[in-house]
Design a binder for this molecule. Structure first.
Ligand code: ADP
Ligand code: ADP
Ligand code: ZN
Length: 216
């Protein structure tokens, strides 16, 4: 199974990714997570990426595409993989296609999680993430049992620097301009499933599993 998760910021990609990789036992490749790890570790890539992320802009393709194609080349991706947050524009999608073609690999599914713009800001602004294990919560829609503490590992929860109202609004605009056209791109390839992301987390998951179901 080789899956792309598509959807605007706050759609629920990370939340659903956790369930999908567990169920299908494939690696979860999140470009946002990779950039945040590099920022935390103070690498050159992290320093460069941060300038764009803080503004809600896309990190340039030159810093992004190689990162993903290198990752896909690793051994654990032989059994399949799930891309979350990549590709983010048509150029990235085309470069991914070129790479996959040369490697003789085909994508099996694109899961497009659709959520109206009006809901996205409150989703992202209320998001909290575990410092230790990366689990995602929402202060209102998916609250942890104890405020500020992870249910899974008791780790401390934090808020992403770019999850403020201004940057989230910018990211939603960038999504509409640059990423949304990918839905057409993958519809033409016949591998997209559109999922209603405005349902409960469990029901969104059920719809995703139904869409992936018949695949190996
Ligand atoms: P993305 O990775 O697409 O940006 P996340 O999975 O991080 O989105 O979800 C954004 C926020 O919305 C998180 O706080 C998450 O707990 C919450 N969330 C995710 N799915 C739902 C849902 N179906 N209903 C309500 N809140 C949700
Ligand atoms: P969200 O799903 O909430 O938008 P992500 O964690 O996927 O958050 O991305 C956070 C930020 O990381 C983006 O706003 C962007 O600056 C950068 N980023 C992540 N993936 C990509 C990508 N494929 N291309 C360019 N920039 C990216
Ligand atoms: Zn945790």
């Amino acid at each position: 199974m080789r899956i792309i998760l598509l959807g605007p910021p706050g759609a629920g990609k990370g939340t659903q990714a956790a369930g999908i990789v567990e169920k299908y036992n494939i690696p979860h490749i999140s470009t946002g997570d990779i950039f945040r790890k590099n920022i935390k570790e103070g690498t050159d890539l992290g320093k460069k990426a941060k300038e764009y992320m803080d503004q809600g802009l896309l990190v340039p393709d030159e810093l992004t595409v190689g990162l993903v194609t290198d990752r896909i080349t690793q051994k654990d991706c032989e059994k399949g993989f799930m891309l979350d947050g990549f590709p983010r524009n048509v150029s990235q999608a085309e470069q991914l296609d070129t790479f996959l073609k040369e490697a003789n690999i085909e994508l099996t599914n694109v899961i497009n999680i659709e959520v109206d713009k009006s809901i996205l800001v409150s989703r992202a602004v209320g998001r909290r993430i575990c410092k230790s294990c990366g689990a995602t919560y929402h202060i209102e829609f998916n609250a942890p049992q104890n405020e500020g503490i992870c249910n899974v590992c008791q780790g401390e929860l934090y808020q992403r620097a770019d999850d403020n109202e201004e940057t989230v609004s910018k990211r939603i605009q960038v999504y509409l301009d640059e990423t949304k056209p990918l839905a057409d791109y993958y519809t033409k390839k016949g591998i997209i499933s559109n999922i209603n992301g405005e349902q409960s987390i469990d029901n969104v998951f059920k719809d995703i599993v139904a869409a992936l179901g018949s695949e190996k």
